[in-house]
Write a protein that binds this ligand. Structure first.
Ligand SMILES: Nc1ncnc2c1ncn2[C@@H]1O[C@H](COP(=O)(O)OP(=O)(O)OP(=O)(O)O)[C@@H](O)[C@H]1O
Ligand SMILES: [Mg+2]
Length: 234
């Protein structure tokens, strides 16, 4: 479904992605783990067209989207949940969700039904301002907003950041549910253990390069991963 080929992305003179190769098949959950500054968010923003790569290619369903504008990429079926949630605090929950459905993919009514099914709390609070929700509810709103355009591929940037463990497990359960409904997921996480457990495959990013790749269980058992990302003493 998605293929990154030798992707290089710069911020001015800083080379943040130094040749990324990555593939995702339809129906998978794939996780991308790595330390702060490894290039995880840069990878997602390059896929969604917010950043333009200097070289390399991005193929979505066989078509290059490297030169495509972000709104076109959304319309093709790729939706991103940015790091740090970034909902609209002064809009109501319902208005936040409506903002997510402007891409013109599918109809809003069935999207509302789907996201209210996944997150009943958002239905209860649909007239409340986004900014008055708890951190966990704001994360749910950010995910729900991204689902409003019926994406084929969902890019999630650190959905568990700063949330209490019980909320984290709720969010991870919901990611599994979203995937079961047919949405392919690329999950960026600091919480490597939970992400790899949920994922079919994973990639470890370090300094803008792919250090390791493998299926979830393989990476969980890899000694380097255990030491560097799972906090285990080897
Ligand atoms: N706007 C920017 N301008 C200049 N450099 C940037 C910018 N954003 C990111 N970088 C640099 O690019 C590299 C990759 O950053 P990126 O945000 O992709 O990392 P990350 O893996 O998402 O980290 P984190 O886990 O902290 O979110 C880092 O060295 C960072 O300092
Ligand atoms: Mg990041």
């Amino acid at each position: 479904m998605l293929e990154l080929r030798d992707l290089h992305t710069f911020y001015g003179p800083i080379e943040a992605l130094r040749g990324i190769d990555l593939e995702i098949s339809q129906g998978e959950i794939v996780s991308l783990i790595g330390n702060n500054g490894a290039g995880k968010s840069t990878t997602l923003m390059t896929i969604s067209g917010i950043l333009k790569p200097q070289s390399g290619d991005i193929l979505f369903e066989g078509e290059s989207i490297r030169e495509s504008a972000p709104h076109k990429i959304v319309r093709m079926g790729i939706s991103q949940v940015p790091e740090g949630r970034r909902i609209f605090p002064k809009l109501t929950v319902r208005e936040n969700l409506e903002m997510g459905s402007f891409s013109g993919r599918g109809d809003a009514a069935s999207a509302f039904e789907m996201v209210f099914g996944l997150f009943p709390v958002l239905q209860e609070r649909q007239n409340q301002f986004g900014g008055t929700l708890s951190g966990g509810e704001q994360q749910m709103l950010a995910i729900a907003r991204a689902l409003m355009c019926h994406p084929k591929l969902l890019l999630l940037d650190e959905p568990s950041l700063g949330l209490a463990p019980i909320i984290v497990s709720k969010i991870f359960k919901t990611i599994r549910e979203i995937n079961r409904e047919g949405v392919t997921v690329l999950l960026v996480e600091q919480n490597a253990r939970a992400a790899l457990k949920l994922s079919r495959r994973g990639y470890v990013l370090e300094n803008g390069q792919i250090l390791l790749r493998g299926n979830g269980a393989e990476l969980l058992n890899n000694n380097d991963v255990k030491k560097a990302y799972l906090g285990e003493q080897i």
